[in-house]
Design a protein around this ligand. Structure first.
Ligand code: SF4
Ligand code: SF4
Length: 113
Protein backbone atom coordinates (compact mmCIF):
# COMPACT_ATOMS: atom_id res chain seq x y z
CA UNK A 1 0.00 0.00 0.00
CA UNK A 2 1.04 3.62 -0.43
CA UNK A 3 2.69 5.39 2.46
CA UNK A 4 0.09 7.00 4.74
CA UNK A 5 1.71 8.58 7.77
CA UNK A 6 -0.07 8.52 11.14
CA UNK A 7 0.08 11.42 13.60
CA UNK A 8 2.87 9.56 15.41
CA UNK A 9 4.88 8.85 12.25
CA UNK A 10 3.97 5.19 11.80
CA UNK A 11 3.15 4.19 8.22
CA UNK A 12 -0.49 3.10 8.22
CA UNK A 13 0.12 1.70 4.73
CA UNK A 14 2.23 -1.02 6.35
CA UNK A 15 -0.47 -1.96 8.89
CA UNK A 16 -2.52 -5.10 8.14
CA UNK A 17 -5.73 -3.31 9.14
CA UNK A 18 -5.32 -0.52 6.58
CA UNK A 19 -8.26 -0.83 4.18
CA UNK A 20 -8.42 -4.52 5.08
CA UNK A 21 -12.04 -4.72 3.90
CA UNK A 22 -10.75 -4.14 0.35
CA UNK A 23 -7.60 -6.26 0.56
CA UNK A 24 -8.13 -9.26 2.86
CA UNK A 25 -10.63 -12.08 3.23
CA UNK A 26 -12.49 -12.43 6.53
CA UNK A 27 -10.32 -15.46 7.33
CA UNK A 28 -7.20 -13.36 6.79
CA UNK A 29 -8.61 -10.61 8.99
CA UNK A 30 -9.44 -13.21 11.66
CA UNK A 31 -5.83 -14.39 11.57
CA UNK A 32 -4.62 -10.83 12.13
CA UNK A 33 -7.05 -10.51 15.05
CA UNK A 34 -5.61 -13.65 16.67
CA UNK A 35 -2.07 -12.29 16.18
CA UNK A 36 -2.93 -8.87 17.65
CA UNK A 37 -4.67 -10.45 20.65
CA UNK A 38 -1.52 -12.49 21.36
CA UNK A 39 0.85 -9.55 20.84
CA UNK A 40 -1.12 -6.63 22.25
CA UNK A 41 -3.96 -8.18 24.24
CA UNK A 42 -7.61 -7.38 23.73
CA UNK A 43 -10.43 -9.27 22.09
CA UNK A 44 -10.13 -8.26 18.44
CA UNK A 45 -12.32 -10.08 15.97
CA UNK A 46 -12.07 -10.18 12.19
CA UNK A 47 -14.51 -7.26 11.95
CA UNK A 48 -12.15 -5.10 14.04
CA UNK A 49 -9.34 -5.51 11.51
CA UNK A 50 -10.26 -2.64 9.25
CA UNK A 51 -9.10 0.97 9.25
CA UNK A 52 -9.04 3.99 6.96
CA UNK A 53 -5.76 5.26 8.45
CA UNK A 54 -4.92 7.38 11.46
CA UNK A 55 -5.43 10.88 10.03
CA UNK A 56 -8.52 10.06 7.95
CA UNK A 57 -12.15 10.24 9.02
CA UNK A 58 -13.98 6.93 9.15
CA UNK A 59 -13.54 3.49 10.63
CA UNK A 60 -10.41 2.76 12.71
CA UNK A 61 -9.10 -0.31 14.48
CA UNK A 62 -10.02 -0.22 18.20
CA UNK A 63 -6.74 0.99 19.74
CA UNK A 64 -6.21 3.73 17.20
CA UNK A 65 -9.86 4.78 17.44
CA UNK A 66 -9.96 5.37 21.17
CA UNK A 67 -6.80 4.22 22.97
CA UNK A 68 -4.01 6.20 21.35
CA UNK A 69 -3.24 9.43 23.24
CA UNK A 70 -0.98 10.74 20.48
CA UNK A 71 -3.77 10.42 17.93
CA UNK A 72 -6.27 12.04 20.30
CA UNK A 73 -3.87 14.93 20.85
CA UNK A 74 -3.08 15.29 17.15
CA UNK A 75 -6.76 15.46 16.23
CA UNK A 76 -7.38 18.12 18.89
CA UNK A 77 -4.55 20.22 17.53
CA UNK A 78 -5.70 19.80 13.91
CA UNK A 79 -2.23 19.03 12.61
CA UNK A 80 -1.76 16.78 9.61
CA UNK A 81 0.72 14.80 11.73
CA UNK A 82 2.80 15.55 14.81
CA UNK A 83 5.49 16.86 12.43
CA UNK A 84 3.30 19.88 11.73
CA UNK A 85 2.58 20.53 15.44
CA UNK A 86 4.03 23.61 17.17
CA UNK A 87 4.80 21.35 20.14
CA UNK A 88 6.67 18.75 18.08
CA UNK A 89 9.03 16.90 20.38
CA UNK A 90 6.65 16.93 23.36
CA UNK A 91 7.32 14.32 26.05
CA UNK A 92 4.49 12.05 24.90
CA UNK A 93 5.74 11.93 21.33
CA UNK A 94 9.41 11.69 22.30
CA UNK A 95 8.69 8.76 24.58
CA UNK A 96 7.07 6.89 21.71
CA UNK A 97 9.62 7.80 19.05
CA UNK A 98 12.54 6.70 21.25
CA UNK A 99 11.62 3.10 20.48
CA UNK A 100 10.37 3.50 16.90
CA UNK A 101 13.12 4.95 14.69
CA UNK A 102 11.16 4.46 11.47
CA UNK A 103 8.32 6.62 12.77
CA UNK A 104 10.79 9.27 13.90
CA UNK A 105 12.40 9.33 10.44
CA UNK A 106 8.98 9.67 8.78
CA UNK A 107 8.14 12.68 10.93
CA UNK A 108 11.56 14.29 10.56
CA UNK A 109 11.12 14.09 6.79
CA UNK A 110 7.85 16.02 7.08
CA UNK A 111 9.12 18.76 9.37
CA UNK A 112 8.60 22.25 7.95
CA UNK A 113 11.89 23.85 6.98
S1 SF4 B 1 -4.53 4.06 12.46
FE1 SF4 B 1 -5.30 2.19 11.53
S2 SF4 B 1 -3.99 1.75 9.79
FE2 SF4 B 1 -2.93 3.22 11.13
S3 SF4 B 1 -1.66 1.95 12.49
FE3 SF4 B 1 -3.63 2.31 13.54
S4 SF4 B 1 -4.88 0.54 12.98
FE4 SF4 B 1 -3.21 0.60 11.54
S1 SF4 C 1 1.55 17.89 21.39
FE1 SF4 C 1 2.88 16.12 20.91
S2 SF4 C 1 1.48 14.36 20.67
FE2 SF4 C 1 0.24 16.23 20.55
S3 SF4 C 1 0.07 16.69 18.35
FE3 SF4 C 1 1.82 17.87 19.16
S4 SF4 C 1 3.63 16.56 18.86
FE4 SF4 C 1 1.81 15.25 18.62
Amino acid sequence: MAIDIAYCGLDCGACPAFHADERLTMDERAAVAVKWNAEFGGTHTAADINCVGCTHEGRHAPYCESGCEIRTCGMAKHGATCAECADYGCDMLAGFLANVPDAKANLEARRPS
